[in-house]
Design a protein around this ligand. Structure first.
Ligand code: S6P
Length: 602
């Protein structure tokens, strides 16, 4: 690929596509050959690996079974979806577009619906977008993995949002084509075609959709997809499921999965908005051009590898000495900070205090369905004022603070915040987006820059301003930078083994299965033995009772919510044959899991 000669040949870039590469796993769960050694890489190499991984999103179709982001069929389907959205925007009475997902997919549904509703309001048009996130609004800011397994809850949530509607375009997002919560909603749509048109967004080919039985249901995700495929022939349902390649950290769909969700849906909705506001027809080329603007976004963002590396190093050092990373953002970019921070706990088993996001204007700016959530606990304090009251007094130079803003945000306000932080720590950095040739902004920017240890300045060409894609590009760019910072920092902290997160939470079926597979891969023990060790670690016993072994996975995952270090413990038990107490004490002495298990794995 042009411009991506960084140590990789085309065969390595495309190795995951080969039929015999981890054949039992769907793309979204495969491990990426490019990042096999990410756990031993420098900050610079980590950023480079993430760049190459992200570039896989835009690889062209190459005669394999995989459709890609820019494939003809994908663009065609996006056009059809855009046309449905156009109809709804023009006639919003009793119609709506609902996006729904779990974890990151739900957070993206929220981000995208907020952005496009705002755009409609600015044109004095009715808002038509709604979002659903499994676990409700608290899941926007914290890890709620269990509701993902609940198809009935999905349906209840959908019915509530669509009450009184006569026409609903339902967009279910599940990167792995796996979440029962979304499968339940799609099944419900299929049963009520007079109201609902279902659209599925995900990043595995249809045959790789999860086929595991769902408790008390007659369908699986896979069977729902098959029914949708049938209806797709007559455009009564739509599947948008290109492959974007395995994630840099195996299964971490918050990364490419989240980015690609944003790219696809924004391309479709932007086309619909242009069609209604300026009578621009929805064309193949229009949608394609919009998507290619995101490819340029990757290039613009990663042209700042040194700047991103500096941020990864700073954040990594903070986490390594058990200190914290804070994102202080303005506008929609702050949302990406909140989202990135909230994902560190499910992805890396991090504490909510390790990486935290704050947004100017707090819940007023967030404008979420349920309003302020501050009463739910300290992790739901998200305003800049909260940062000033709760965090600033205890800030030290071991903490890393990132200001995230653009040239259109209030520079005086950013400057004031920078000064307050600077009084406490020099470890202050900025991620700043400006438009090409914007000299007025750069004068005030100079003052802020002087207060910061480093400034990652991302300059957007004027054409982005004209085409109206600037906000989307800045958001994706910020997402890539923050994903790199939080992922890189946790890698440097030793949270990853090869490219696997070992200390994953086992709080839903998908994660339970992933944990068992990981134990098999790392211990080379049979599945049965691995599951046994996993259960011992979940229930904290050396001998499993009949009640434990005969319970279903939901019971195990519920119990696992209160257990820590489950997978590392199971792994040590498998590798050493030690008792639970011995394994626990070993992990206490060596909390870096990679180091704790390394001696048995080489
Ligand atoms: C992944 C993230 C998870 C997923 C969630 C939904 O990095 O931590 O919360 O977003 O499990 O996955 P999916 O495949 O249904 O979009």
């Amino acid at each position: 690929m042009a411009g991506l000669d960084w140590t990789y040949g085309v065969s390595t870039l495309r190795q995951w596509e080969s039929a015999d590469y981890e054949p039992s796993l769907p793309v979204s769960e495969k491990s990426n050959p490019l990042t096999r050694d990410i756990d031993r890489a420098s900050a610079y190499s980590i950023v480079k690996m993430l760049q190459v991984c992200d570039s896989q999103m835009f690889q062209k179709e190459a005669g394999t079974i995989y459709q890609r982001l820019l494939s003809d069929q994908v663009v065609k389907t996006l056009m059809e979806v855009a046309k449905r959205v156009e109809v709804i925007i023009k006639d919003p009475q009793e119609s709506c577009v609902v996006m729904s997902g779990c974890g990151t997919s739900g957070r993206l549904a929220f981000l995208i619906s907020s952005g496009f509703n705002k755009a409609l309001s600015q044109l004095n048009q009715s808002e038509v977008y709604s979002y659903i996130i499994a676990g409700g609004d608290r899941a926007l800011l914290s890890s709620q993995e269990a509701p993902e397994d609940d198809p009935r809850l999905g349906v209840l949530n959908l019915k509530k949002v669509c009450e009184g509607k006569k026409r609903v375009l339902f967009i279910g997002i599940s990167c792995g084509l796996s979440a029962p919560f979304v499968a339940g909603q799609l099944d419900f749509c299929l049963q009520h075609p007079e109201v609902y048109t279902p659209v599925l967004v995900g990043f595995n080919p249809a045959h790789q959709a999860r086929d595991e039985p769902i408790q008390d249901c007659t369908f699986t995700f896979h069977s729902v997809v098959q029914r949708m495929q049938e209806l797709a022939k007559s455009q009564k349902a739509f599947l948008i499921n290109p492959a974007v390649g395995p994630e840099a950290i195996s299964g971490s769909s918050r990364m490419k999965g989240g980015s690609a969700t944003k790219i696809l849906l924004e391309a479709a909705f932007s086309a619909a908005h242009a069609a209604t506001s300026s009578n621009t027809p929805i064309t193949h080329n229009g949608v394609l051009q919009h998507m290619m603007a995101y490819e340029r976004t990757l290039a613009v963002t990663y042209s700042q590898t040194d700047g991103i590396t500096t941020l990864v190093e700073a954040a990594g050092q903070s986490l390594q000495c058990s200190r914290h990373v804070y994102y202080l953002g303005w506008g929609s970019l702050a949302l990406l900070g909140l989202i990135d921070a909230s994902e560190c706990s499910p992805t890396f088993g991090a504490d909510y205090e390790d990486v935290r996001g704050f947004i100017r204007g707090g819940y007023r700016e967030l404008n979420n369905n349920d309003g302020p959530l501050t009463s739910l606990g300290p992790k739901f304090s998200i305003a800049h004022e909260d940062f000033l009251h709760l965090i600033l007094p205890c800030l030290t130079d071991k903490d890393t603070v990132l200001l995230i803003y653009t040239h259109s945000d209030d520079a005086t306000e950013v400057g004031n915040m920078a000064r307050r932080v600077r009084e406490k720590t020099p470890n202050l950095h900025a991620v700043y987006h400006q438009a090409d040739g914007d000299t007025a902004a750069s004068l005030q920017q100079d003052d802020i820059k002087k207060l910061c240890l480093s400034t990652l300045k991302i300059t957007w060409p004027q054409e982005a301003l004209v085409s109206g894609t600037l906000q989307h590009m800045r958001e994706l760019s910020t997402k890539l930078v923050l994903n790199a910072v939080s992922t890189g920092a946790h890698v440097l902290k030793g949270k990853i083994y090869q490219n696997h997160m070992i200390d994953l939470q086992v709080t839903n079926t998908k994660l339970y299965r992933r944990a068992t597979r990981l134990l098999q891969k790392l211990s080379a023990c049979p599945e049965e033995k691995c599951e046994e060790a996993l259960l011992k670690a979940i229930y904290r016993v050396d001998m499993l009772t009949l009640e434990m072994t005969s319970s279903d996975i939901t019971t195990h995952t519920c119990f696992a919510r209160n257990s820590t270090k489950v997978v590392p413990l199971a792994l040590v038990i498998l590798l050493t044959g030690w008792s639970l107490v011995e394994a626990e004490s070993h992990l206490k002495q060596q909390p870096i899991v990679r180091e704790a298990v390394a001696q048995w794995m080489w």
